[in-house]
Design a protein around this ligand. Structure first.
Ligand SMILES: Nc1nc2c(ncn2[C@@H]2O[C@H](COP(=O)(O)OP(=O)(O)O)[C@@H](O)[C@H]2O)c(=O)[nH]1
Ligand SMILES: [Mg+2]
Length: 357
């Protein structure tokens, strides 16, 4: 999902390191060794010798020479950094990274570089370290261990409740079905609550997933109260030994005040253990506005970022995490049930910086 960002970042780092090191000599110490011609002892003693006719015939010996006047290290100045910071900021913004996030990353880079005394080969390492710290600081939010949360609800002899919220078409229903598959494979017994009673065919969509996955679906009529559908599902789960209720909800948009109120009611009545915000990576930097809306309305515990398989810019992941300081739990990486990938911030950042591959 970070394909194009990775390419662009690495190009900037390489270009800048090369430029910053242009006037630096490869050797850090003052002395170096060089092969040079030295007069044979006979010649020095004034004897006649056959002089070498070509360069190749000259006997060469190793000599220590001083690198007087050669620069082997230098201090980076603000003027050295300005251009790289500018093109980095532009690249990040073009890659859907929110403006303030891009600015923070560039400011940190400046702080990390200006005043540093660098030798040849060290600039790339310093930039990469700085970028890595910035990216990890954003993406590495406190993780949410879904399995542990279900286990601890189980100890309290109740099913855990996970509610999926998000905009229309972001991939809530698909992600819920993937999650049912994921949890079933790990030995849990999930139950689905078809609480999107608003969108045409949403209940049938879930029933099809339920049939495919061998997971029961609790539903009511279209137009019925979502909070009540989830409440029923929780009662059913408790009475029948299900471990976790996965609740779908109707997609919302900024203008759906009623649906936002309904979502508040869903959470008030059912007190979910986890509220998962599903975000479509393709919406780019708009994820910031969406994430803040849902956080303000009901609070969000973690994120599933969908369509990562068809999104190359990567920036919406950074923007979303930064906006609400919540972890991305999973990436949606396709349309099959197994296309739900655990999000590993370190692995992603290392890969972005071209390390450990
Ligand atoms: N390529 C891709 N498509 C996805 C992914 N997740 C969901 N979709 C597609 O996005 C569309 C909307 O998904 P849906 O679950 O119905 O969204 P909802 O309105 O939020 O419930 C469907 O065509 C899904 O197949 C994903 O991770 N990758
Ligand atoms: Mg849906």
């Amino acid at each position: 999902m970070f394909g194009s960002l990775k390419k662009k970042l690495n190009a900037i780092v390489k270009r800048f390191s090369k430029k910053a090191e242009e006037e630096l000599e490869p050797v850090a110490e003052g002395d170096t060794e060089k092969m040079s011609y030295e007069k044979p002892a006979e010649e020095k003693a004034g004897k006649e010798i056959v002089k070498p006719k070509t360069e190749a015939q000259k006997p060469l010996v190793k000599k220590k020479i001083k690198l007087f006047g050669r620069i082997t290290e230098k201090e980076l100045k603000k003027s050295d950094i300005e251009n790289v910071a500018k093109s980095l900021k532009l690249t990040l913004i073009e890659s859907d990274v929110a403006y303030d996030v891009a600015e923070n990353i560039c400011d940190k880079l400046e702080r990390d570089l200006v005043g540093k005394v660098v030798k040849r080969g060290s600039v790339e390492k310093i930039i990469k370290r700085s970028l890595k710290d910035s990216l990890l600081g954003i993406l590495n939010q406190k993780p949410l261990e879904i399995e542990k949360i279900i286990e601890s609800a189980k100890k309290e002899k109740r099913p855990a409740t996970i509610v999926f919220v998000g905009f229309n078409g972001c991939g809530k229903t698909t992600s819920l079905a993937k999650m049912a598959y994921y949890l079933k494979r790990r030995g849990f017994k999930p139950l689905i609550a078809a609480a999107d009673t608003f969108r045409a065919a949403s209940i049938e969509q879930l029933e099809t997933h339920g049939k495919n996955l061998g997971v029961d679906v609790i539903k009511q009529k279209y137009g019925s109260d979502s909070a009540a559908v989830i409440y029923d599902a929780r009662e059913h789960a408790r009475a029948n030994g299900f471990d976790v209720v996965l609740a779908d909800t109707a997609g919302r948009s900024h203008s759906n005040i009623n649906l936002m109120d309904e979502l508040r009611k869903v959470c008030r009545v059912n007190k979910p253990d986890i509220k998962i915000l599903v975000l479509d990576a393709l919406t780019g930097n708009d994820v910031v506005e969406q994430a803040k809306r849902f956080c303000d309305a009901v609070g969000v515990d973690g994120i599933i970022l969908t369509k990562a398989d068809v999104y190359e810019k990567g920036g919406s992941a950074l923007s979303a995490c930064h906006a609400i300081k919540k972890p991305i739990m999973f990436l949606g990486v396709g349309q099959e049930y197994e296309d739900l990938e655990k999000f590993d911030a370190e692995k992603i950042v290392n890969s972005l910086m071209g390390e450990n591959e």
